[in-house]
Design a protein around this ligand. Structure first.
Ligand code: AP5
Length: 253
């Protein structure tokens, strides 16, 4: 499949990471998840990790300038690894209007574009329950995500993929979940309007099984090519309606 740039947008626990994992496999695209990148920086005690740790633990957004440069670096790495191919699934970025503008400007500078922003719309009470039931692999290089109800590991508290222990993320405690939800509605939800105005938004229902949600996302992704062909066709029709460009007569001397 051609290189696509897709953003998964939605509240904490909407299923962005879960959906991104199989979508990346299906489209053969790298998964750029800012939460995973930042948690791995904390685990490795890097300067970025030290800077972001208190924000993540408190369920607060990391400052824009830090996360923007982290994403720029990740995109560059992907380009090098994929030998110039620039597609990816962004999960957890952008999360503020400023991040959205930074992404738009960086893409414009590279003469690239975002293909679609998929909003996984999931009510607060559903995501709260999902987050309380989430178990994550403690190995930052694995990062597998489970759910004690909807997606339990084969052996309790052990990762199926790498055998490391499963833990409750520090920011999945009830009071931190509340803070992350508030932060989403205050800082991230305005991006819905931002991307709607840019005609890039597809909103899908995030309730139901992982499989059902995946089906809705796949449908949205399948429309990407068609949508741009439709808009090219519409532009051709509009151009025809307006007729050939009018040439103003030269002013009489
Ligand atoms: P991040 O890791 O991005 O956290 P988040 O956005 O809060 O998202 P989550 O990972 O909590 O949820 P998800 O939507 O991926 O759901 P998941 O698939 O795991 O960010 C963490 C922190 O890093 C932030 O709070 C912030 O501090 C910082 N940060 C990151 N990016 C930043 C940015 N751009 N700017 C500033 N700061 C940033 O699913 C959740 C659970 O539900 C799992 O157990 C899963 O198995 C289950 N589940 C999923 N789908 C379904 C389903 N359909 N049915 C039943 N269960 C399901």
């Amino acid at each position: 499949m051609a290189e696509k740039r897709i953003v998964l947008l939605g509240p904490p626990g909407a299923g962005k990471g879960t959906q991104a994992q199989w979508l990346c496999d299906a489209l053969d695209l790298p998964h750029l998840a800012t939460g995973n990148i930042l948690r791995s920086a904390i685990a490795n005690n890097t300067p970025v990790g030290q800077k972001v740790k208190p924000f993540i633990e408190a369920g607060k957004l990391v400052p824009d300038e830090v996360v923007i440069s982290v994403v720029e670096e990740a995109v560059e790495t992907v380009k090098k690894e994929k030998q110039g191919a620039g597609g990816y699934i962004l999960d957890g970025f952008p999360r503020t209007r400023r991040q959205g503008e930074a992404l738009r400007d960086v893409l414009a500078k590279r003469k690239e574009k975002l293909d679609r922003v998929i909003l996984i719309n999931t009510p607060d009470e559903v995501v709260r329950e999902r987050l309380e039931q989430r178990r994550s692999c403690m190995n930052p290089l694995c990062g597998a995500v489970y759910n004690v109800k909807s997606n339990p590991p084969k052996k309790a508290d052990v990762c199926d993929l790498c055998g490391n222990a499963l833990v409750i993320r520090d920011d999945d405690k009830p009071e931190t979940i509340r803070s992350r939800q508030q932060q989403y509605w205050h800082d991230t939800a305005p991006l819905i309007d931002f991307y709607e105005r840019a005609s890039l938004l597809t909103e899908i229902d995030g309730t139901g099984s992982v499989h059902e949600v995946a089906g809705r996302i796949l449908e949205a992704v399948a429309k990407i090519g068609r949508r741009s062909a439709d808009s090219r066709r519409q532009k051709a029709i509009d151009d025809k309606k307006d007729g050939p460009p009018k040439i103003e007569p030269a002013p009489k001397q």
